[in-house]
Design a protein around this ligand. Structure first.
Ligand code: ME8
Length: 483
């Protein structure tokens, strides 16, 4: 049996999740469900990143202890994923005891390898991004990534010999680690410049894992966080580690590709561990054309959207509105258009029309296969292999349009007897097959269709025309028009 290990970034708990976080977790969920549908052994990991100066500061501002804040916010993440049907296998928190132990263990290994030394860090730091910035990287004195103010720091620190792994990393990226290509190019360009060793401890941050060789330092939050991908598998001795490592996909937003494709592989090389197969980067969401931010008051809560329009409608919108690697804009009006114009007009009406006729039909629904080519299974599978869930979803909806066209052309409401039975047979079987491909994207809608058709949960291997012998029930509409 094949295995598939997919991870999301572990999210900072300074604030509750917004639609950007939801987007990543939903894409990861699509992959996890797709591979389960293929009967593979799947480990889908998500969680929260709970240490560091940013969390320390957020807690102080909210008049809470860091512990209170991280407990509260990580629960909000869990609640959000439950609401959005994100079917993770494990939710890791970096404040979990076993994670902290694994981090210390890992640091010991890297230290024994001779890859850690003591020095002094002098430079800048972006607290919101939790990253070190050199003088030459500054843009108008601000963080080159987010444009916010930076802190100047000069402190004793322990360094990781990142430079030592530069050539290995370049080869790894040239070998196709990063999807898409444009992000790989960006990383290779950055690697052509000067690469400095990485400061991996902070003396001035107390909310963190104590550095094992010098407890006056805490471990740099990114060094701690990246290790979640191993500790979640109970590295070094866990059976999960043996079964699932290396990761098949580390799914990330494009701003943290550097950490996942340069720093993380270097850490693994130092510890003598196998490297992940892919780092998959996606684009960003803006809201009504602007970056989401508290000060603009345009941060969108995914739970509110799911309550208002359903989790599946929200999932569909995020996955359908823009190619995965591109940036896109979120607006409720665009969401409503997709619900009315696609989910209702295309999918929901089709299912309702066919099932109304099928419910009334007296006798066995039999026919000969006429709609066999309505879905391009091969291309959908190829797109999943290329990690392009956007195209896979488009092809799935293309198949639903084809069933609609078939029904419109055949006008079954004017037919009876054998002719009607034949059209119903083809439409029902096509709907059943399409619902299998809908499962990763819209799990509860697919489940509702299965119930209406009277079939039990299906695997990808069931996506072939069979006999139709179950009792159907039209029931409620899958989607209703939104005004
Ligand atoms: O970076 N559009 O956590 P984070 C799309 N803790 N995706 C977005 C987004 C947007 N506007 N905003 C956030 C961290 N995301 C670290 C990760 S991993 C070892 C440590 C998504 O809470 C996207 O996946 O800032 C991005 O990479 C992630 O949330 C950043 O979450």
């Amino acid at each position: 049996m094949e295995k598939f290990y997919i991870t999301t970034p572990i999210y900072y708990v300074n604030d509750k999740p917004h639609i950007g976080h939801a987007y990543t977790s939903i894409i990861a969920d699509v992959f996890a469900r797709w591979h389960r549908l293929n009967n593979e052994k799947v480990f889908f990991l998500t969680g929260t990143d709970e240490h560091g100066g940013k969390i320390e500061k957020a807690a102080a501002e909210k008049h809470k202890t860091p512990k209170e804040l991280v407990d509260e916010t990580s629960q909000k993440y869990k609640d959000t994923w439950a609401k959005l049907n994100v079917s993770y296998d494990k939710f890791i928190r970096t404040t979990d005891k076993d994670h902290e132990e694994a981090v210390k263990e890992f640091i010991k290994k890297v230290f024994e390898k001779g890859d850690i030394y003591k020095g002094e860090y002098e430079g800048f730091y972006c607290l919101p991004d939790e990253r070190y910035i050199t003088e030459t990287e500054l843009v108008d004195g601000k963080c080159p990534d987010c444009g916010r103010d930076v802190q100047k720091i000069k402190e004793e620190a322990y360094f990781f010999r990142l430079r030592k792994y530069k050539n290995d990393i370049i080869k790894l990226i040239e070998g196709g680690l990063i999807i898409p290509e444009k992000n790989a190019k960006e990383m290779l360009n950055r690697l052509k410049g000067e690469l400095k060793d990485l400061d991996i401890t902070r003396k001035s941050v107390s909310w963190g894992i104590k550095f094992p060789f010098d407890e006056s330092h805490s471990v740099y939050v990114w060094f701690d966080a990246l290790l979640n991908y191993l500790s979640a598998l109970n590295w070094p001795d866990g059976k999960e580690f043996k079964e699932f490592w290396p990761a098949d996909v580390h799914l990330v937003g494009k701003e943290i590709v550097w950490f996942h494709s340069v720093i993380w592989p270097a850490m693994l090389l130092s510890a003598g561990l196998p490297l992940p197969k892919n780092v998959l980067a996606h684009g960003w969401w803006t809201v009504d054309g602007k970056k989401m931010s508290k000060s603009l008051g345009n941060v969108i809560d995914p739970v509110e959207i799911a309550d208002k329009y359903s989790a599946d409608a929200f999932r569909y919108f995020l996955l359908r509105e823009k190619p995965t690697w591109e940036d896109g804009d979120f607006s409720e009006s665009a969401l409503k258009e997709r619900i009315n114009g696609e989910l209702m007009a295309n999918l929901s009406n089709l299912v309702a029309r066919v099932l109304t006729l099928a419910e009334k039909f007296n006798g066995k629904i039999e026919g000969k296969v006429e709609l066999d080519g309505f879905i391009d299974k091969k291309e959908i599978i190829e797109n999943f292999d290329k990690k392009d869930v956007y195209s896979a979803l488009n092809l799935t909806f293309e198949s639903i349009r084809k069933i609609n066209k078939y029904v419109n052309d055949k006008e079954p409401w004017k037919l009876e007897g054998k002719e009607l039975s034949n059209v119903l047979y083809n439409s029902l079987e096509a709907i059943r097959i399409a619902s299998i491909f809908l499962k990763p994207f819209m799990p509860s809608t697919a489940e509702k269709i299965e119930k209406k058709l009277g079939v039990t949960p299906q695997l990808l291997s069931d996506a072939v025309f069979k006999e139709f012998s179950t009792k159907v029930e039209r029931g409620e509409n899958l989607f209703n028009k939104i005004n």
